[in-house]
Ligand binder design. Sequence first.
Ligand SMILES: NC(=O)C1=CN([C@@H]2O[C@H](COP(=O)(O)OP(=O)(O)OC[C@H]3O[C@@H](n4cnc5c(N)ncnc54)[C@H](OP(=O)(O)O)[C@@H]3O)[C@@H](O)[C@H]2O)C=CC1
Ligand SMILES: O=C(O)C1=N[C@H](C(=O)O)C[C@H](O)C1
Length: 233
Amino acid sequence: MNIALFGYGKMGKMIEQIAQDRGHTIAAKIDVDTKEIPYDNMDVAIDFSTPEAAFDNITGCFENGVPVICGTTGWLSNYEKAIDICNKNQGGFIYASNFSLGVNIFFELNAHLAKIMSGLEQYNVSMEEIHHTQKLDAPSGTAITLAEGIIANTNYKGWKLDQTDEGTIPITSKREGMVPGTHSISYDSAVDSIEIKHTAHNREGFALGAVIAAEWIQGKSGIFTMKDVLNLY
Ligand SMILES: NC(=O)C1=CN([C@@H]2O[C@H](COP(=O)(O)OP(=O)(O)OC[C@H]3O[C@@H](n4cnc5c(N)ncnc54)[C@H](OP(=O)(O)O)[C@@H]3O)[C@@H](O)[C@H]2O)C=CC1
Ligand SMILES: O=C(O)C1=N[C@H](C(=O)O)C[C@H](O)C1
């Protein structure tokens, strides 16, 4: 498969390594200075760029018949617009705030725990995410997906960054050293706490998941999620 990398930073480089190990070719590396994008020479685009760049990168691919795997976070205010453009062009698209198998299992665990905790008013939920100091967005995309999983299964109405507000999930974002990504969710009562936590040890899980998604989307059109790709249950 010919893969175009939109964004050749920490994730782009890791994806290159894993894609080549799995027998794929990196057909293009696109960055902000790329003058002409060789759409004709790519079977799939994988975008791990920046919150500002993602929308134009993704929609340019849809308009040129290239399916997209997008891991970039922090651009979701334009998500619906991107979906419209994808549908108009009968494109293929997978966005995931986190492509790792472990976090996708953690998403399911989070939703199940939220269902159990729903209605138990003695417990208050809170979330913490820790990432490296180069991260541009806060809270992380993964934390937002986790919060959405709690909101869908409880009476919580929303989330707030670094604030406690009745009926919303407080999310604390910490930026420390080179941390690849740690997410924890706590339910605290006066007598005890229940905590679930996912710790990424490196970026390999994110990159492998993105390459597997790129392989999976070949020949398909539509909007998919990692749940479709991983077929967890
Ligand atoms: N979904 C997931 O599983 C994961 C998602 N992420 C997300 O992926 C994104 C990238 O992360 P990471 O690789 O760590 O970040 P980096 O900053 O290391 O890489 C981003 C790269 O994008 C480049 N870039 C800037 N503008 C454009 C453009 N217009 N087109 C293409 N590339 C451009 C940057 O170049 P320059 O430095 O010159 O500006 C940089 O090289 C982030 O949003 C992050 O949150 C990260 C890990 C996992
Ligand atoms: O920027 C990162 O590094 C990461 N970003 C994603 C996010 O915002 O959730 C996924 C992962 O946690 C690493």
